[in-house]
Design a protein around this ligand. Structure first.
Ligand code: G3H
Ligand code: 13P
Ligand code: ZN
Length: 336
């Protein structure tokens, strides 16, 4: 199956009332882990690469690994998505390479740190929509600013400093014509999201529900959605790691989001934790080993387990065979 437009995947998810996990990758083992989890659970899937991932993998390595994934797992609808594009140029280079979906994160300036103005965001996102839709490529935009910093990207702070304003969200969608909208409801990137288990009063689920009521046809995206499970933290610390106590986004809150228009759920940190814990375990328990396969295989397996669990929890499991991919050229025609 060729790489698929994210719009098609999210439209199908909306029809079926489920969410789709978008998992970050940097290398072959992470892609393999996701594809094996997708096969096992029969899930459509979004694989995403940040700017950091693109530079780590020299772009082309990642792209050809994605083509291999599409060839080896023909039964799985698979999207290749750019995570947090910081400028029109970054999005354009991803589209030129063959990504089937891009995020123009105009909530921040191109430095990836400074919160932008509404007008700047509209202008940049609209420009990417024109470029992308002409080729059938999907566009995700962001309004409001997430907390935390990953790989230098992010405004920092708690995640509650720039919560999305529903009126602005409506105006932003009308003015840009995007496909999917990332909103800020109190989550942040990385492992250190909350210092106690968050409940409905910490995460702004009321804001999410309001936005969905005002924009029932817009696919909502939740970033910073790792749950940071205690058991994954414990493995790392048991084998010499030094994570401070922390809480992520409870899966039940994500499921509430899915019942209220969330169709794409971004998860990276949970997989990083699973991989690191598995590698630390091999290093500590069998220090005589030095073949990278001895620790990369358990790392891949640990990530697969997390991804398969999320696919089931988000409801995408069982839906891989529901539809046939629409060629991108045809998708482009649908935007006119
Ligand atoms: O947006 C955050 C993702 O976790 C990607 O992180 O920029 O370190 O690759 P990264
Ligand atoms: P986490 O750090 O919670 O996994 O979030 C990832 C993300 O939002 C990528 O865009
Ligand atoms: Zn993100």
């Amino acid at each position: 199956m060729p790489l698929v437009s994210m719009r098609q995947l999210l439209d199908e998810a909306s029809k079926g009332g489920y969410g789709v996990g978008a998992f970050n990758v940097n290398n072959m083992e992470q892609i393999q882990a996701i594809m094996e989890a997708a096969r096992e659970t029969r899930s459509p899937v979004i694989i995403q690469a940040s700017r950091g991932a693109r530079s780590y993998s020299q772009d082309k390595f990642l792209y050809h690994l994605m083509l291999a994934a599409a060839e080896l797992y023909p039964e799985i609808p698979l999207v290749m998505h750019l995570d947090h594009g910081n400028s029109v140029e970054t999005c354009k280079s991803a589209i030129d390479l063959g990504f089937t979906s891009v995020m123009m994160d105009g909530s921040l300036m191109p430095d990836g740190k400074t919160p932008s103005t509404f007008d700047y965001n509209v202008h940049a996102t609209k420009e990417v929509v024109a470029l992308a839709h002409a080729k059938g490529v999907t566009v995700e935009g962001e309004i409001g600013v997430l907390g935390g910093i990953e790989d230098g990207h992010g405004a920092g702070g708690t995640g509650l400093e720039h919560v999305t304003d529903p009126d602005q969200a409506v105006e932003f969608v009308e003015k840009t014509g995007l496909d999917a909208l990332a909103i800020a409801i109190g989550t942040s990137h990385g492992a250190y999201k909350f210092s106690k288990k968050p409940d409905g009063s910490v995460l702004k689920m009321d804001v999410l529900i309001k936005i969905h009521q005002r924009l029932p046809k817009t696919h909502l995206v939740m970033h910073g959605s790792s749950s940071v499970p205690k058991d994954l933290q414990d493995v790392i610390n048991q084998y010499g790691g030094k994570l401070k106590p922390t809480w992520g986004v409870p899966v039940e809150e994500i499921q509430l989001g899915i019942r209220n228009g969330v169709r794409k759920i971004n998860v990276d940190t949970d997989n990083r934790l699973a991989i690191t814990g598995a590698i630390r375990k091999v290093f500590v328990e069998t220090p005589e080993k030095f073949d990278p396969r001895d620790y990369l295989k358990p790392a891949r397996e640990a990530m697969k387990k997390v991804v398969a669990q999320r696919m089931t929890q988000f409801g995408q499991a069982g839906h891989a065979g529901d539809y046939q991919p629409i060629p991108l050229a045809q998708v482009a025609g649908q935007y006119n």
